[in-house]
Ligand binder design. Sequence first.
Ligand code: IPD
Ligand code: CA
Ligand code: CA
Length: 271
Amino acid sequence: MSAIAREAGALLMQHFRQHLKVEYKGDADLVTAADRASEVLIRERIRQQWPDHDVLGEEQGLSDQGSDYRWYVDPLDGTTNFAHGFPVFCVSMALERRLPGEQPRRIAGVVYDPTRDELFSAEQGRGARLNGEPIHVSQIAQLKECLIATGFPSHKRHKNPNIHFYHQITLHTHGVRRAGSAALDLCNVACGRFDGFWEFNLNPWDTAAGVLIVEEAGGRVSGFDGSPFELNSRETLASNGLVHDALLKEFQEVFAGRGLEPLPDPREYRR
Ligand code: IPD
Ligand code: CA
Ligand code: CA
């Protein structure tokens, strides 16, 4: 998996250095030739080594052969950054085992950031690594001392309430970063650079690898009400575990509309 992710990452870097052709899937939902070429390459490599495995990839959808194994592939996570020349993007791949009569289990995940040559990996029950070295989530236990990350969806943007969560959690922590690659945000929680991360409406290919990497690094991932994380739930809340309850409390308060700091009126500010 690591070799495939590195090869796809190298391909992304070739495209990144060239002039890019950007297309739109939605009003702000971009796709480039690099997204497509990376997925073609990854599918080809999987097919060569594991011809009967199923693959769900963002650009080509699900190829289902009824296998016990399913790959989740985001061939380029951070397309908007990539298309603007902002070097924060990665390749994300996870492998799930789906045995009859059992809950599907994600057994391995890899996220490769070719701009920094950082390869995050995890195998179920065997811990998480960054370029081969074991990694662990941070040990910060106070929300007010945390650096947190979030993201905003690129489609149905007008229906999303995330700005309220962004405002409240910004006021209660050292800050909230919005770097533009959910898979890397999760990996940055796993290695202790961020203490938490949340996002609405992510897709399975965004989270499948990063969630396993956070869990294997000792962190916790759940829905916004603390329920177990599900790949299709559209709610991702990850943390070092120590501040998870405090983050859940923030979510409870914001969803209930309690304790909201009023957003300053810009006209008043101007005056
Ligand atoms: C996006 C990134 C971004 C997140 C968006 C995702 P893409 O994935 O992960 O950080 O905020 O919700 O769609 O489209 O670049 O693969
Ligand atoms: Ca993505
Ligand atoms: Ca993508």
